[in-house]
Design a protein around this ligand. Structure first.
Ligand code: SF4
Length: 188
């Protein structure tokens, strides 16, 4: 015990590094694919680009067995509660990748039905811009995600479109599911 709590923290930091290394090469991704970006997602996952090299070639379709949520394509206000529920159902530690400009910011869909960036609903760790992003961009994002996983870092911040600032995800009072439901009910 005294060794564990020693000033150098040798054992605890070594275990943390080993866990980070194991996690970053065993990514179980949940692909939440809604639109045309899905084509580029499939292209990246196929043999030519081969995400298996990064330990990320095995998609899971159960949130409870996944640790990285890949959100691929446009998210509407009707879909937002489903996305939030899936994210809530994933066990910790978990990470989120926004794939394509629609998920990052809403893209060119500046209208009543589209969510203007999924980081208003769930915290996002890696943003991959592009319409759609090239596989090289996706691999770059994947490698940046691996760096975060190795360091044990996770995003805990949501973007608040009213104040244009971040706020802690735990205090998700601003853009809640209840607001989404009200938005849907008040839409023509
Ligand atoms: S970013 Fe472009 S390709 Fe991707 S879902 Fe949006 S419109 Fe489609």
């Amino acid at each position: 015990m005294s060794f564990l709590s020693s000033p150098t923290g040798f054992l605890t930091s070594t275990i943390k590094d080993a866990l980070g290394w194991a996690r970053k090469y065993s990514i179980f991704q949940y692909p939440f694919v809604t639109a045309c970006c899905g084509m580029e997602y499939m292209s990246t996952a196929a043999s030519h680009y081969d995400v298996d090299r990064f330990g990320a070639g095995f998609p899971r379709f159960s949130p409870r067995q996944s640790d990285v949520l890949f959100v691929v394509g446009t998210i509407s206000h009707k879909m937002a509660p489903v996305l939030k529920t899936i994210h809530d159902q994933m066990c910790e530690p978990k990470w989120v990748v926004a794939f394509g400009v629609c998920t990052c910011t809403g893209g060119f869909y500046d209208n009543y039905s589209t969510v203007m960036g999924i980081d208003t609903i769930i915290p996002v760790d890696i943003y991959i811009p592009g319409c759609p992003p090239r596989p090289e961009n996706v691999i770059d994002g994947l490698m940046k995600l691996q760096e975060k996983i190795q360091k044990g870092e996770q995003s805990r911040t949501l973007y608040d479109p009213r104040t244009k600032t971040g706020r802690p995800a735990e205090l998700s009072q601003g853009y809640s599911i209840e607001q989404h439901i009200k938005h849907i009910e008040s839409s023509p």
